[in-house]
Design a protein around this ligand. Structure first.
Ligand SMILES: Cc1cc2nc3c(=O)[nH]c(=O)nc-3n(C[C@H](O)[C@H](O)[C@H](O)COP(=O)(O)O)c2cc1C
Length: 364
């Protein structure tokens, strides 16, 4: 036995009691049908983590409407009844294997690179995203310049998130996670250089976080108090991995303070290395700033596959749960291995994410 005991204590997130503090981070695998239906392969894939001892699984980002939210071809959706039915199989199987499961709800914003409903993209402002499309998700070349969302469309986005959250509830999920990270729509609004709006959604930090707050409040109102609702936040983006909030700690105080008052049960913070100072070379980590200013449960993510580091985040009171991404892809039985002191396998991107991120035979 190792000494990582705190990781394996039960925890309650909102109304969800989780058997341990270790979750699978949301990971896009573009393995749904072209109509966005979860497949039997996805049932096996998600269930393998539950069998491997993870207490909580957060699904890949799932699109929320039949307009601008789809981000990648073969991404699953939660828009239509058939999509709800397909996800039920994943949920039931994961539950039978003893884990809890939240669905991550995603609106692509300007980073869409494969949407079967629309050719053009929608963003806070008509600013072309920097960087290149992700080849592991079947993209190529630069991103398109999005059209600036009208006020009516912004209201429509809130309604789409609500509709999707209710569908996730119908499918039997234990909760939902709003994707407010990585440069997609909500993070696009939050980010100074992608949001040049002059209305109440642009300018100050309070204005830039407003859409995330409105989505959070509207979902809470729609799903009631018995369904767990969280949000994921990051500084980095898939197309800008070194981005830092210009407002630093003051900005973090506003962002986490506003979100903490929006009816959320948890804030999931993703950084490259979760324990490192959020800004510069000293000071608090982003997870601890979320805890301090958000005053709700915190999930921490970012290179926490080393059980000692993961355990420290819990023992220091910085996080209530940790999530593991690539380390879970390499060890779907990470929890069982750590409990029994077995060595962990190293993540091999060339085997799992090449030629693209689709689920591989050996993973199911
Ligand atoms: C293949 C892959 C797909 C990902 N897809 C998502 C996603 O759909 N939503 C999300 O919020 N983060 C996504 N991420 C980011 C992970 O959730 C996580 O933040 C990142 O891998 C860092 O954690 P790690 O160091 O434990 O791997 C993805 C990461 C990988 C490797």
């Amino acid at each position: 036995m190792t000494d990582e005991k705190s990781l394996f204590k039960t925890v309650t997130l909102g109304r969800t009691t989780v058997g341990n503090r270790v979750g699978v981070a949301p990971m896009t695998r573009i393995s749904a049908t072209s109509e966005g239906l979860a497949t039997d392969q996805m049932v096996s894939y998600y269930t393998s983590f539950a069998r491997g001892g993870f207490g909580l699984i957060i699904t890949e980002g799932t699109y929320i409407d039949d307009k601008y939210s789809q981000t990648y071809f073969d991404q699953p959706g939660i828009v239509y009844d058939e999509q709800v039915e397909a996800w039920k199989k994943v949920v039931d199987s994961v539950h039978q294997a003893g884990a809890k499961i939240f669905m991550q709800l995603q609106h692509s914003g300007s980073l869409s690179q494969g949407n079967r409903f629309r050719q053009e993209t929608l963003g806070p402002s008509a600013i072309q995203p920097i960087g290149e499309q992700l080849t592991m998700y079947l993209g190529e070349g630069s991103f398109s310049t999005p059209r600036e969302a009208t006020k009516e469309e912004v209201t429509g986005v809130v309604a789409s998130f609500v509709h999707a959250a209710k569908h996730a509830q119908l499918a039997g999920f234990d909760g939902i996670e709003i994707h407010g990270a990585n440069g997609y729509l909500l993070d696009g609004f939050l980010t100074d250089y992608t949001n040049q709006r002059t209305d109440e959604y642009g300018g100050s930090t309070e204005n830039r976080v407003r859409l995330s707050v409105e989505v959070s409040k509207a979902i809470r109102e729609a799903v009631g108090n018995d369904f767990t609702v969280g949000i994921r936040i990051s500084q980095a983006k898939v197309n800008d991995s070194s981005h830092k909030w210009a407002g630093k700690e003051t900005g973090a105080e506003i962002i986490f303070g506003e979100l903490g008052r929006a009816g959320l049960d948890y804030i999931h913070v993703s950084e490259y290395e979760a324990w490192k100072p959020a800004f510069g070379t000293s000071g608090a980590s982003l997870a601890s700033l979320a805890k301090k200013h958000g005053k709700v449960s915190v999930i921490a993510n970012g290179h926490l596959e080393d059980p000692k580091k993961a355990n420290e985040m819990i023992e220091n009171g910085v996080a209530d749960v940790v999530t593991i991404g690539k380390g879970a892809l390499a060890n779907e039985d990470w929890v069982h291995k750590v409990k029994s002191g077995e060595p962990l396998a190293a993540f091999k991107p060339e085997e799992v994410l090449r030629p693209n991120a689709k689920i591989k035979e050996f993973e199911v």
